[in-house]
Ligand binder design. Structure first.
Ligand code: UD1
Ligand code: CA
Length: 452
């Protein structure tokens, strides 16, 4: 059976008190609506249709940037969830047998749950299969009314519920699978509610009144039903998602010393037996190899790290780090920093748009920008590439096995040969040939170089 899917995301989200549309608020670094899209896609056979309204352009742009495959339907006025589904009808393929409907503000609902919802629907042969949750879920959920035979009779919205109905403890999650023909026919029959909205939930009562079977799938993991209405919910959802992702990594062989303070975004990859220390964030498309020790207090964004590398108390963005490298504490790798295997970068170092060859040692207080540094170079404490002349960024090159003395200023553009040396405190303004020692301000060559 062909299953289409609709994700409702046109509502205003007033209670977020935000200029950003609610469904674009991020959970683990990505707009929450993308989780709903991913889950819907996994459970349906055609590209999901996102119903947009409030902040439509912003939502559309953000979704298209991340996911080129979604379709959009515009609900100009937000007249309720039933009306929202109606707005998407034209975008649903004619030959769809089933229509899955979910909400854009429920990022924790799993793809597997939606797949189970669809297969339960197929087995039942009914017109609606809905998801419910039992227990303490206070926040404005519709209550499930069941008949004496246990079958679902209706969904009562909180605003319309009697005190007895309010006491019911089974709630409507707002994830449904409908038989398409029945859905289209009955959507038009929904009456305006007291709140002047067309409630999708009224369809359940209609089906029951017609003697149709309404099936339900009760969530095992109540957290999946967490919908986001306020920033308090947002923080709860972030914590729940963080725990879910972190548990996945722990079960896959990664040690997280303090999962509660470890943030691992969904696109990150981590190798076996790597240990992540507290207060660490691995963001974007960061990839970490095996047997690394990362953290504490470290943030890596879109950064690649080899194996057996140690990074502590440091920040890296768009950087690439080899194997058996040690970094930190207090280092900053900026965009385009590439560290080959066995580089050692001690405290207070900054590297930007530079390549550090194998075994380079940069122990203390240095800035290396726009440079290519050969293997085995020693960069003395306090070395600075003066790469910016006020107008241009200029390049520095240092040949392998050279020794840069403490507190050297390398005034770019500059090329230092192999096996060269600079004296402590020198200001190097001119290129230095291979096997040469320069010293002083500005640095001059010492003719008879005594020993290496
Ligand atoms: C809805 C359900 C309620 C359920 C709860 C679970 C209805 C009438 N009620 O209530 O039974 O327990 O979800 O979270 O469906 N939306 C639109 N267009 C609209 C109105 C809403 O796209 O005109 C979207 C919203 O952006 C949101 C979703 O539909 O993603 C749910 O709408 P919301 O107003 O949050 O419904 P609830 O009051 O939470
Ligand atoms: Ca809601």
């Amino acid at each position: 059976m062909k299953t289409a899917s609709i994700i409702l995301a046109a509502g205003q989200g007033t209670r977020m008190r935000s200029r950003l549309p609610k469904v674009l608020h991020p959970i683990l670094g990505r707009p929450m609506v993308l989780y709903a899209l991913e889950a819907a896609r996994a459970a349906s056979d055609c590209p999901p249709i996102l119903v947009v309204g409030h902040g439509a352009e912003a939502v559309r742009a953000a979704v298209e940037a991340a996911d080129g495959n979604a379709l959009f339907a515009l609900q100009e006025q937000q007249l309720g969830t039933g009306h929202a589904v109606m707005s998407a009808r034209a975008a649903v393929p004619e030959d769809a047998d089933l229509v899955l409907v979910t909400c854009g503000d429920m990022p924790l609902l799993r793809a597997e749950t939606l797949q189970r919802l669809v297969s339960r629907h197929q087995e039942s042969g009914g017109v609606i299969t809905m998801t419910t949750v039992v227990g303490d879920v206070p926040r404005g959920f519709g209550r499930i009314l069941r008949g004496s035979d246990g079958s679902v009779r209706a969904i009562i919205e909180e605003a319309d519920a009697t005190p007895e109905q309010l006491a019911l403890r089974e709630y409507n999650v707002s994830a449904y699978c409908f038989q398409a023909g029945w859905l289209w026919e009955h959507l038009e029959k929904i009456q305006l509610s007291a709140k002047k909205e067309y409630y999708l939930t009224d369809l359940v009562g209609m089906a029951a009144a017609e003697g149709r079977r309404v099936q339900s799938l009760v969530l095992q993991d109540r957290l999946e039903a967490l919908g986001i209405n306020t920033r308090v919910d947002l923080a709860d959802a972030e914590a729940a998602m963080r725990r879910r992702v972190n548990e996945g990594w722990m079960l896959a062989g990664v040690t997280l010393v303090d999962p509660a303070t470890t943030t691992i975004e969904p696109d990150v990859q981590i190798g076996q037996d790597t240990v992540i220390l507290p207060n660490t964030a691995l963001r974007g498309k960061t990839v970490i190899g095996e047997d690394c020790l990362i953290g504490p207090n470290t943030t890596l964004l879109h950064t690649r790290v080899g194996s057996q590398t140690t990074i502590c108390d440091s920040v890296a963005e768009y950087a690439s780090v080899g194997s058996q490298v040690s970094i930190g504490p207090f280092c900053h790798l900026r965009k385009g920093a590439v560290l080959a295997d066995r580089v050692h970068m001690g405290n207070f170092g900054e590297v930007k748009s530079s390549y550090l060859g194998e075994n380079v040692k940069m122990g203390h207080f240095s800035y290396i920008g726009d440079a290519v540094i050969g293997a085995n170079v020693n960069i003395g404490a306090g070395t600075i590439t003066c790469n910016y002349d006020g107008v241009n960024k200029n390049a520095t090159e240092i040949g392998e096995n050279s020794f840069i003395g403490s507190d050297t200023m390398l005034v770019a553009p500059l090329k230092i040969g192999k096996n060269a040396k600079t004296g402590a405190g020198s200001v190097v303004t001119r290129d230095v040939p291979d096997n040469t020692l320069v010293y002083g301000v500005p640095a001059r060559e010492r003719k008879e170089q005594s020993g290496q």
